[in-house]
Design a binder for this molecule. Structure first.
Ligand code: PMP
Length: 297
């Protein structure tokens, strides 16, 4: 079983710092039954300037926005949430960590506005080493949900039923990860990460609509701007990927993850020579608070 806490782990839970092992919740909560809740996935890094949470304001602004889109009352400010998060890290002696804030709703078995809303923020160790794995990806048979049915901009708990189904399907078919399409057959994103590909010296990524507006995706766009790498947000079908030069996933947990092949088809460029590798290195430097501007020749 995965190990997220032990007897000494402290979490923030509804205004207090409590032991994770002693925290209790109600089995009749709306989030538990219907997936009606919102969460975030945030990382902290041990940087040259001490422990730094990467883009906490962006993550907590998204959490507040998710709650607003879903109609969940949530009053904490971005500043408060950031301070609490640093406290959680400090009380648990964590530096390289993953933070998981969850806004969940109390007992209410009817399909009506939530009556009680809770917040928990937990954190666990997430080693300092970047994963250099490269993934065999398949085009998933599981589509992203219709953006007219759900608020796809929200990081809502229930949306992850779709992600879990897609990951399971990919693994059953012998792949490492899924790449999902939107309802029109355009490439959208992975189950927990956004997607980019390179062709003819330019990067492409799907526009917002059926994807989570990733904070890493935005960071990648900023890196492109900074390093003068051409990047275009537009729709594309999976066929366009089969003569691409490279592709990668990006996300808080995934960071910048190399994609080795799609449906068994490898890319034209060696990863080390691709724009993906440039973005990967720049991203690592940014999260570790190091300078990253250099000339690409
Ligand atoms: N898409 C989905 C479906 C995700 O779950 C995530 C991870 N939060 C991402 C994209 C990447 O978002 P971010 O860069 O903000 O972590």
């Amino acid at each position: 079983m995965a190990h997220y806490y032990d007897d000494n782990t402290i979490i923030f839970f509804d205004g207090k710092f409590v032991k994770a092992s002693e925290a209790r919740t109600d089995l009749f909560g709306q989030t538990m039954h219907y997936g009606y809740g919102a969460f975030e996935g945030i990382r902290s890094y041990k940087t040259v300037h001490g422990t730094k949470i990467f883009k906490p304001f962006e993550h907590y602004a998204r959490l507040r926005h998710s709650c607003q889109l879903l109609g969940i009352p949530f009053d904490y400010s971005v500043d408060e949430l950031t301070q609490i998060s640093y406290q959680v890290l400090e009380r648990n002696g964590l530096a390289n960590a993953y933070l998981r804030p969850l806004v969940f709703c109390g007992p209410n078995m009817s399909l009506t506005a939530p009556k009680e809303v809770s917040l928990m923020i937990a954190a666990w160790d997430w080693g300092k080493y970047f994963s250099h794995s490269s993934l065999k990806v398949c085009i998933s048979g599981i589509q992203r949900p219709n953006p007219k049915s759900l608020k796809m901009e929200a990081k809502a708990c229930g949306h992850y039923v779709n992600s879990i189904m897609a990951t399971m399907e990919a693994k059953e078919r012998g792949f490492d990860e899924a790449l999902m399409l939107d309802i029109n057959g355009n490439v959208a994103e992975g189950p927990g990460a956004n997607f980019f590909f390179e062709k003819h010296g330019k990067l492409f990524t799907p526009p917002l609509g059926s994807i989570l507006p990733g904070i890493t995706r935005k960071t990648v766009l900023e890196i492109c701007h900074e390093l003068d790498i051409k990047v275009e947000e537009r729709f594309f079908k999976p066929e366009e990927l089969f003569d691409a030069d490279c592709a990668f996933f990006c996300g808080t947990a995934a960071e910048v993850t190399t994609i080795e092949s799609i449906d068994g088809q490898p890319f034209r460029k060696a990863w080390k020579k691709s724009l993906g590798a440039v973005i990967q290195e720049a991203y690592h430097n940014i999260v570790l608070d190091r300078s990253y501007s250099y000339v690409i020749v």
